[in-house]
Unconditional design. Structure first.
Length: 154
């Protein structure tokens, strides 16, 4: 017979998970270099999966509805990750991040939010299963990426 974990232990585990999510972003990285590596990795993976969808939308790769939906979903998930990796002090080192990320935090946060919204729309469009639904969503994500790069990346 299996034993159920005690209710008290379950609540403790849930509280531990929630409290770890509430930690400040800077507490997640021991050194600024760690934040830079993390955000670069997250952005690289996001770009790779978005690139696969974009290649299909532009005709550079054969359209595959299943692969488009899977890659769009992965890109959407990755679009949520890099933003916590821009803590104070991570503006120096091996990074292409412009100082505007830290001096105009509101505009940078707005750009990050817009990307996440557009990535969600891409996922929805990819699930439709047609190239015609995918193309405008890819164009919107691409424009959002370009705008952020123009404003916040050297």
């Amino acid at each position: 017979m299996k034993h159920k974990p005690s209710t008290q232990a379950s609540y403790a585990a849930i509280l531990l998970c929630i409290s770890s999510l509430a930690m400040p972003a800077h507490a997640q990285f021991a050194k600024p270099e760690d934040a830079i590596k993390y955000r670069k990795a997250a952005l690289t993976v996001m770009g790779a999966h978005f690139g696969r969808v974009a290649a299909m939308a532009s005709g550079r790769a054969p359209y595959d509805a299943k692969a488009a939906a899977e890659n769009a979903a992965l890109a959407e998930t990755m679009s949520k990750l890099p933003w916590a990796a821009f803590p104070e002090g991570s503006d120096k080192g091996e990074t292409k991040a412009k100082s505007e990320i830290w001096t105009d935090k509101a505009r940078f946060a707005e750009a990050a939010d817009k990307l996440q919204v557009e990535m969600s729309k891409l996922t929805v469009a990819a699930r439709v299963g047609t190239l015609d639904a995918l193309k405008p969503a890819v164009a919107s994500v691409g424009g959002t990426c370009k705008n952020c790069h123009d404003n916040f990346r050297q």
